[in-house]
Design a protein around this ligand. Structure first.
Ligand SMILES: N[C@@H](CCC(=O)N[C@@H](CS)C(=O)NCC(=O)O)C(=O)O
Length: 243
């Protein structure tokens, strides 16, 4: 489908970004045509700097030249601006919308922040605490998925009968979940511990809309390993005081 106005959609992105992936999957799900522009984040374009002057980050959606920033705000915007394009991403009822926003915020506020803390940890104790917090966040999401499945009577999505807002929030991280074990040895989603979420990861990867936008996992692993090597080398060469 090429909904009215969709021809004027442009996404400023970066291939490895989980936040960009959320937006691109939403666009593919809704069948909206868009132009994708790959940004070099080490040399940001004037368009990116002018479109997102506060954070200078991708993704940015430009709709008829007007910028919308922040991945989940962009997803909400698409849902509202192209309300006629199925599927709807947020539930129709206010309580369902509030619950979806809660879990989407939880993905960034708890899962992502604890996951990032693993790599920022200065000591083994800090690292173990961050791993425990990350896995606890994954457990909580397993519980939210179980509730959604029970409520809708359908197996599969945080959005109930179909892919929705929370699926996109977490779905952006599916490539990182897949790349984590081969890169760092850490299994984020373990079928033995969180079987529903493990099945959800496979289901999300299989979506046509996800396959159209997902980055290659081997390229992510290669980039992750390179960054780890550089971080270790920097830590080894750092003066004692700054360690
Ligand atoms: N909260 C933002 C996060 C966006 C973000 O962190 N983007 C990264 C790429 S993954 C970026 O543009 N980084 C460039 C920079 O920090 O200079 C969102 O959801 O869109």
């Amino acid at each position: 489908m090429d909904a009215a106005g969709a021809r004027e959609l442009k996404v400023l992105g970066a291939w490895a970004s989980p936040f960009v992936l959320r937006v691109r999957v939403a666009l593919h799900l809704k069948g909206l045509d868009y132009e994708y522009v790959e940004e070099d984040l080490t040399n940001k374009s004037e368009l990116l700097l002018a479109s997102n002057p506060v954070h200078e980050k991708v993704p940015v959606l430009l709709h008829a030249g007007k910028p919308v920033c922040e991945s989940m705000l962009i997803v909400e915007y698409l849902d509202e601006a192209f309300a006629g394009a199925s599927p709807p991403l947020l539930p129709a009822d206010p309580h369902g919308r509030a619950a979806a926003r809660f879990w989407a915020a939880y993905v960034d506020g708890e899962l992502l922040s604890s996951w990032l803390a693993i790599h920022a940890a200065g000591t083994e104790d800090d690292k173990a605490a961050a791993v425990a917090r990350t896995l606890a966040a994954v457990d909580a999401l397993e519980g939210a998925l179980a509730d959604a499945e029970q409520r809708s009577g359908c197996e599969g999505w945080f959005g109930g009968e179909g892919v929705g807002f929370v699926d996109l929030a977490l779905g952006g991280f599916v490539p990182a979940i897949q790349a984590s074990e081969p890169t760092t040895g850490l299994r984020i989603v373990d079928p033995a511990r969180t079987p529903r979420l493990a099945a959800w990861v496979d289901r999300f990867r299989a979506l046509h809309a996800a396959r159209a936008a997902m980055p290659p996992i081997d390229r992510l692993v290669e980039m992750g390993k390179k960054r780890l090597t550089e971080a270790h080398a920097a830590a080894a060469g750092a003066p004692e005081a700054s360690k």
